[in-house]
Design a protein around this ligand. Sequence first.
Ligand code: F6P
Length: 559
Amino acid sequence: MTARHFSDFRPVVTRQRDINTTPAWARLHQHQRATRHMHMKELFEQDPTRFERFSVRLDGMLFDYSKNRVTDRTMELLFDLAHVADLSGWMRKMRQGELINVSEGRAVLHTALRLPPGAKLEVNGRDLAGDVHAVLARLRDFTDAVRGGAWKGFTGKAITDVVNLGIGGSDLGPLVVAEALAPYRKRDLRVHFVSNVDGQQIARTLESLSPETTLFVIASKSFSTPETLLNAGAARRWFLSAGRESDIARHFVAVSTNEPAVRKFGIDPANMFEFWDWVGGRYSVWSAIGLPVMLAIGFDAFRGLLDGAHRMDEHFFCAPFEKNIPVIMALLGVWYNTFYRAHTHAIMPYDHGLRRLPAHIQQLDMESNGKRVGRHGERLDFDTGPVIWGEEGVNSQHAFFQLLHQGTRLVPSDFIVPMNSHYPLEDQHKVLVANCFAQTEALMRGKTEAEVMRELTDVSGDRLDVLLPQKLFPGNQPSNTLALDRVTPQTLGMLLAAYEHKVFVQGVIWGINSFDQWGVEYGKQLASRILPELSGASGFGHDCSTEGLIRHFLVHHDA
Ligand code: F6P
């Protein structure tokens, strides 16, 4: 089970013309200047078919993008830009396993993880789909054994709690999916996620657990992430307070691409589930990293998640751009980030189970496209990845929506809402959905002076002058609505895959390698220098603020 490299592939390094020097780019700038005062409300008044024309349906998903500052001409210009960036070519390269992650010399093949059983994907003479399905078969056996009670803890009891120890992509993807699909979970098997090196998270998680019935999944692609390894060490000490070294095999499994490091840590490779360097951490929930999800909802439901994602892959690779959900999502994002300089993009799930989705998409998008240079190292002279943020509705309405409605900033957003709930609280579900739809309507329409005046018939004079402007809503705030029939493994798989492809398309347009993350490294390097200084080692010559903070710690820390 060694990690494979496709070293005899040639990286894709052909340099294209800088996108911002193309006529397609210039035309979009010109179009933005010409249409920036256009109000969406008028576009709806002029065209009663706008919803039908600016929405796409795919199986259990409706993507409504009619509430955007776009016309047919805008979309035409954006599609032109995608062609100029050779989007189809890049999609083909990704799908076929070319080394499009040029800085790391890797292929980008998370789509291979969700190929259906029996599919083949030959890359460099090897059937990767076969490798994927072989690991999935092991995962199925393991999942069935744990869920069925055949896999016993060291005192002969069945496992009741699974603790996933991982961070970033080795945490957020499975955490979001396990939460979102909670209605499918096995009730007597609880899944917990510990990511932070802050010891309070693991300490508090373990407080209510028993070593006899707890299974730890150490999830780390590299198996070298200090946060995860420290938590794994703490878990092991906690376990050894009750069990013996020889019992560890029944309570610790690893998910990684790095077998030597797993072995060194003391986990038998028989208890390791492999994935590959062509799977990026933030794209890895579809691999063995999804193990906690499998344990929670069962392998068949997890297969449903993979099938949903595969459905979106097929749609993405095959549908024309004009009907292609991820392509349209991406181009709208380019329109606002780059041509409107919108800076941020909000994600609002109107589904409590999806409340951590903004965090997952935040990592997916910002770690992928938070780049200032292109894939050839050239500086990019335009805005790229936005700040992604968000919170579940309706709570967010009572927190930050004020700024969306009446603040000074353009904030494009995605509203995600299921048409059906898993819970039999019909009245509450309707209120939830009504709020979601109402917000997108209000953000789009705004409220005019005439409308406010109709509400203020009993106010006049100075008071009216003060009140009127405060009650106006400019509107014209763009949003997409992604309506799922219900949050099921399939629709969730489609949704997550749509965001992955959106990020990829934007990277292609901006000329970015979306699959490395060098920017994360620097903070890690500095932290490892500071760590010994917190125990009194002499300093490295920091700035006076950092030095002051280190001294402050040394004085106030009760060692
Ligand atoms: O935050 C950087 C990062 O490398 C992410 O890309 C990754 O998901 C995370 O750390 C965890 O890495 P690993 O799975 O190797 O422990």
